[in-house]
Design a binder for this molecule. Structure first.
Ligand code: UDX
Length: 436
């Protein structure tokens, strides 16, 4: 096995998981981040983010992992650099590439040998070619070959997704870069797709946008099921048995959130528009998702004209279970609306509360004193006039109909289809979910 010296820049979720997985493959990995506090925590063995299996692998590979905030020393001796910095959405939906270009500049200015510069950050199609051109025009003393290598990590299963990747996509036309990349990933023994840089970048966006489209599609079918008396769970199960469709990502719900689907749909749409192409299906995917996020609040109108003065229980805040991430989570758009109407809100989430509280300042003109954080789902329901479920945590799915008995009015609006409809209704709960 060939061992490489690798510097990974950016130690958030993608960077850290990548670094730890590369160390697990036997490489010597330097993790660079500008955040000194984060580096101190990483040095002390604290992964900073919660991701299953990450801490164990950090400990196991500690002799091959170096953490630093010193740009000058981080690239000394590096054969390969991985850029894993953020590409947040700009106002117009396009991806902001400032961090990527800044990281590349640091590589140019600090390397002491020829390197392969791997870009893992999700960047618009054509960015890696532009980066190569920029590097070729700079006065760097060494050769830098830019390689696109997108990530396909899901939060909560990122370590598993990385080490057991369905495919590793490598965008380069250089034989030298192909050989080195194949050697880096060789210990994982996973299938590799070699292509050019633009196709590699497109594989990432097309994959994420297709998954988002699949979710919006099943959500629309679910809404129609409600009107026609069909059950979307059975419909999805029946559809999914056709291998051409596949049974994954057909769970109807209150819309997708997270750090990728919302950002990547916006970015591809905006990129297409810049090239004079109207990407209609992606646009529809986003529109359906925005409407779907408000679906439960809309349903609540059947029972109350307004939530003013009502006790509202919210179970689940994060965009999905197994993460403390609230980015683009349905809760983030629903709770401000509830507050504006004057509801008294109690919330429960097993790990998302800390981030939720940090996010409260995003909620302008709302009286956040009206929010109480509870320790248990049952405590949240005490005296509630209505309950909204935004995340399908196991603790919620394990609840029994009698757990809702403490509500003033047993109205449960479930955005993640956590319960059996008949069982809930036979306990006299007014239960409404998505597409059933
Ligand atoms: C996603 C992709 O899965 C991953 O490959 C990519 O690299 C990053 O984006 P992630 O954002 O972590 O990963 O979450 P994922 O599990 O895909 O779920 C995204 C959102 O879609 C969640 O809000 C989830 O609740 C929702 N979802 C997912 C559905 O509503 N229905 C489904 O069937 C699946």
């Amino acid at each position: 096995m060939s061992q490489y010296n690798i510097t990974v820049v950016g130690t958030s979720y993608v960077g850290l998981v990548t670094a730890v997985a590369l160390a697990e493959c036997g490489h010597i990995v330097t993790c660079l981040d500008v955040d000194e506090n984060k580096i101190q925590r990483l040095k002390s063995g604290d992964p900073v983010i919660y991701e299953e299996g990450l801490k164990d692998l950090m400990v196991k590979n500690k002799d091959r992992l170096i953490y630093t905030d010193d740009v000058k020393s981080a690239y000394k001796g590096a054969d390969v650099t991985f850029i894993c910095v953020g590409t947040p959405s700009r106002e117009d939906g396009s991806a902001n590439l400032d961090y990527v270009f800044k990281a590349a500049e640091d590589v140019i200015n600090n390397i002491d040998r020829d390197v392969i510069m791997v870009v893992k950050s999700t960047v618009p199609i054509g960015t890696n070619d532009k980066l190569q051109k920029h590097i070729d025009e700079s006065n760097c003393d060494f050769d830098i070959e830019v390689v696109s290598n997108p990530e396909f990590l899901s939060q909560g299963t990122a370590v598993k997704n990385m080490l057991n990747a369905d495919r590793i996509v490598i965008g380069t036309e250089s034989d030298n870069a192909k050989r080195i990349m194949a050697e880096i990933y060789e210990p994982m023994g996973r299938p590799i797709v070699f292509t050019n840089r633009c196709s590699s970048e497109m594989i990432k966006y097309a994959s994420n946008d297709f998954l988002a489209l699949k979710i919006s599609y099943i959500n629309e079918i679910a809404n129609l099921c409600e009107l026609l008396g069909a059950d979307v769970k059975d419909v999805a199960a029946g559809m999914g048995m056709d291998p051409r469709i596949g049974n994954k990502f057909l769970n109807a719900g209150i819309g997708y959130g997270g750090s990728c689907f919302p950002k990547d749909t916006k970015a591809l749409y905006s990129l297409a528009a810049d090239h004079g192409y109207d990407l209609k299906l992606v646009k529809a995917t986003m529109e359906v998702n925005e409407l779907q996020k408000m679906r439960l609040l809309e349903k609540s109108r059947q029972y109350y004209d307004s939530l003013e003065g009502l006790n509202v229980a919210v179970l689940g805040l994060t965009f999905k279970p197994g993460t403390d991430d609230l980015r683009d989570a349905p809760s983030i758009v629903n709770i401000p609306e509830m507050l504006k109407e004057g509801a008294n809100i109690k919330v429960w989430d097993p790990i998302g509360v800390g981030n939720f509280l940090k996010n409260l300042d995003m909620i302008d003109e709302c009286d956040t004193d009206m929010i109480t954080v509870c320790d248990t789902p049952i405590g949240t329901l005490d005296n509630a006039d209505i309950c909204f479920i935004f995340t399908e945590w196991d603790e919620i799915k394990r609840m029994e109909p009698e757990d809702f008995a403490g509500m003033n009015n047993m109205i449960v609006l479930d955005g993640r289809n956590c319960f059996d409809v008949k069982k809930m209704r036979s306990a006299n709960i007014i239960y409404s979910s998505i597409g059933r």
